[in-house]
Design a protein around this ligand. Structure first.
Ligand code: XMP
Length: 217
């Protein structure tokens, strides 16, 4: 994934025509489009290949199964045209390793969820977040997912993983996080969904976030 605008669109719309229209509109303003269960369940896995015409595709399936099942899932998703898959880290080293190995073979990326961006992540996930970040670094995953809603946690996670791994951060906009604060905390890319795709002018919304990012670089 090229690091140009440092913005990733989370495209959680349900209609494939709308997904294509928004992707076309934001081309050049985003470095990647993150596609997850809402869009894929509503419009089929083939939407990944269609959107890949506009940007790199990160499949946010938060894969969390035994190693063999994780591999079967990642194979399907890479075959569909995704450049990267988001995988949960809490399932442990073997479940993660099989995904990282497959991605390496295919020249693709795995991003590992550490601590999620919503308030409930404090119930259980935060305690495991740093251990998961260390595991992602040990296994040389491409990067981790860390919360834009808690820039102080992004800083902590950056200290653990060093500069070899990337950080991608959801939680900007609708969940209250700031793109500028998250970039200054050490994230490589911010992930923004509703603030862009629910806007009357998604291209302008994306452009404004990119300007906010550029102002602090
Ligand atoms: P919004 O509309 O809130 O969309 O800007 C955020 C997008 O990011 C996903 N999300 C996460 N994915 N770890 C992840 O891997 C997280 O901590 C996390 N928090 C939010 C969410 O599903 C939506 O697509």
């Amino acid at each position: 994934m090229e690091k140009n605008t440092r913005l990733i669109l989370a495209l959680d719309v349900l209609d494939s025509d709308e997904a294509i229209r928004i992707s076309e509109a934001v081309t050049g303003h985003v470095d990647a489009i993150k596609v997850g269960y809402p869009l894929v369940l509503a419009s089929g896995l083939q939407i990944i290949g269609k959107l890949a015409e506009y940007a790199s595709i990160i499949a946010d399936f938060k894969v969390a199964d035994i190693p063999n099942t994780n591999r079967l899932i990642c194979e399907q998703v890479f075959d569909a045209g995704a450049d990267a898959v988001i995988v949960q880290g809490f399932t442990g080293h073997d479940s993660l390793e099989i995904c990282v190995d497959l991605a390496r073979e295919r020249n693709k990326d795995i991003f590992v969820v550490t601590e999620m961006s919503h308030p409930g992540a404090l119930d259980l996930m935060q305690d495991a977040g740093e251990k998961i970040a260390r595991m992602a670094a040990d296994q040389k995953a491409s990067g981790v997912v860390a919360p834009a809603t808690r820039p102080e946690r992004v800083k902590e996670i950056r200290k653990i993983i060093g500069n070899e791994l990337a950080i991608i951060s959801p939680g900007v906009g609708a969940q209250g996080g700031s793109a500028a604060d998250t970039i200054m905390a050490g994230t490589d890319w911010v992930i923004v969904g509703r603030k862009i795709y629910q806007s009357d002018d998604p291209a302008k919304a994306a452009k404004d976030i990119v300007s906010e990012i550029k102002d602090v670089l």
